[in-house]
Design a protein around this ligand. Structure first.
Ligand code: 4AD
Ligand code: MG
Length: 466
């Protein structure tokens, strides 16, 4: 009697990794394996069936082959529909001549969880708009398998970049009593419905943070190199493909650093993260390259290999004025650049990432360091093709009197901001920092053109599903 061979439980990712990195050692050792996952497709020709199984551990699926001869419940299995949860056992076989590098010739396939034909994700291409209506099911699609794994890997890249250089990760508060930066754009946090904030939970008006910057500045002036990476909230009515009401931001803050050091850090970080994703998400990036934005991999590689151009705002205005383009918003020095202007500069003029620096003080935040011309501040925005503003940063105003004057000029109450001014009183050395919108970075890397499709549960005006 043949000895019963125990099946080795495997993940589909292990099988692909083994072929890629380990010369297929597992395939030589293992005979019978068991897998679990969800049916992507299932077809048969009355004698043999082919079932494409995805187990969530990697972008690629695994082909299960089954036949009338080897499977007792053959006819039942032929009826397993897309979306069913199953488990299977069978022989692992290399298939170098086929479309997929291996298959499992099944001796057993069991239904773990049924899925009927009302399943909203039938095998066909669904529009991203349609998928937005089913945020709880869309992670099962190829697009979201690719984008959300890249999202996870990109978060790791960011932490590794900073941690490997000794930066301290600071958790800035999500509820804040300080609304200096986001005047008018913050979501109020309250437990009352009469707006009497003095009697409110915290005894004062509080809101969800629009940025962790001010809080992390205090940490940079103690730890030197710091960063935050957390959710931020903005009650802006902007209904665009690039704005979300809740988004994640990376905000490094570095002491003894000026605007040039800041830009160098931004550039190094962007390059590091792109290389990291290209290295650790090859299948996902190949998918994006084919279905999200053709040529995106080459474009990203070019970014990794190039130096970012740096251009003062004033020069950008000159270029826009001389461009002869009839912009929707007319160009003049002192204006806040609109997306059409930003994109013209980085897509038509530079054709790559570009830092615009030294913006007029009147269109930038109070904490940016005033330049000697008294007209501009030491700001840097990084603009990238397809997105526009990816990063906003600056050298901070570290001089007490100048900061106070700027706050007065901009009608920013000093009450409640004494702590921030304190930082300038007590060892407030020169320092700089920036904010990088995590979702915008993800859009840039994947080529996905709407921010709603790079976050699991997007929150935008009039839209907060579940
Ligand atoms: O330019 P912002 O408003 O800068 C700040 O908040 C500073 N406190 C950052 C700092 O210096 N520490 O925002 C920074 C970045 C933008 O460049 C953009 O990428 C992203 O955050 N961002 C948004 N992303 C998605 N949806 C929105 N509504 C966003 N608003 C800004
Ligand atoms: Mg900005």
């Amino acid at each position: 009697m043949a000895e019963k061979i125990e099946a080795e439980s495997v993940l589909i990712s292990d099988l692909y990794d083994d072929l890629l990195y380990n010369d297929g050692a597992m395939f030589k050792e293992l005979d019978i394996v068991s897998v679990e996952g969800w049916v992507k497709t299932n077809r048969d020709n009355a004698a043999v069936g082919f079932l494409e199984l995805n187990d969530g551990t990697c972008f690629k699926s695994c082909q299960l082959v089954y036949s009338k001869d080897t499977l007792e419940n053959f006819s039942e299995v032929t009826k397993f529909l897309t979306g069913c949860g199953i488990s299977a056992k069978g022989k692992l076989v290399l298939t170098p001549d086929a479309k997929q590098p291996f298959e499992i010739q099944c001796t057993e396939i069991n239904l773990e969880a049924p899925c009927d034909s009302s399943y909203p994700l039938q095998k066909k291409r669904h529009s991203l708009e349609y998928l937005r209506e089913i945020p709880h099911l869309r992670p099962r699609t190829n697009t979201f398998q690719a984008v959300m794994r890249i999202r996870s890997v990109l978060s790791m890249a960011i932490h590794e970049f900073y941690q490997s250089q000794g930066f301290v990760y600071v958790h800035a508060p999500i509820i804040t009593a300080n609304d200096a930066e986001g005047a008018g754009e913050a979501f109020i946090v309250t437990t009352r419905n009469d707006g009497d904030y003095e009697k409110d939970f915290f005894g004062k008006k509080t809101s969800l943070t629009v940025s962790g910057q001010l809080h992390v500045e205090a940490y940079a002036l103690a730890f030197r190199d710091t960063y935050t990476f957390g959710p931020t909230f903005r009650a802006e009515p902007s209904n665009t493909p690039r704005h979300a009401s809740e988004f994640w931001m990376i905000e490094p803050e570095i002491a003894f650093a000026d605007l040039n050091d800041n830009m160098q850090l931004i550039e190094d970080m962007v390059r590091y993260c792109i290389e990291y994703v290209l290295k650790f998400c090859p299948a996902e990036m190949a998918f994006c390259n084919e279905f999200m934005q053709k040529g995106i991999i080459d474009q990203l590689q070019a970014v990794v290999d190039s130096e970012f151009v740096r251009m003062p705002y004033t020069e950008a205005i000159d270029i826009l004025l001389k461009s002869g383009v009839d912009f929707e918003y007319p160009v003049e020095w002192g204006m806040d650049l609109q997306s059409e202007h930003e994109r013209y500069i980085c897509e038509k003029v530079i054709n790559g990432p570009v830092f615009l620096t030294d913006y007029p003080k009147d269109i930038k935040a109070f904490y940016m360091r005033l330049n000697d011309d008294n007209k501009t501040v030491a700001a840097c925005d990084l603009l990238v093709p397809g997105i526009g503003e990816l990063v906003g940063g600056s050298q901070r105003e570290e001089r007490y009197d100048e900061l106070l004057q700027r706050m007065k000029d901009m009608n920013i109450p000093t009450e409640g901001m004494e702590w921030y001014l304190d930082l300038r009183k007590y060892g407030g050395v020169k320092h700089s920092g920036f904010g990088l919108g995590f979702e915008r970075f993800l859009m840039y890397i994947t080529g996905v053109s709407n921010i709603r499709d790079v976050m699991p549960y997007p929150r935008t005006p009039n839209n907060c599903m579940f």
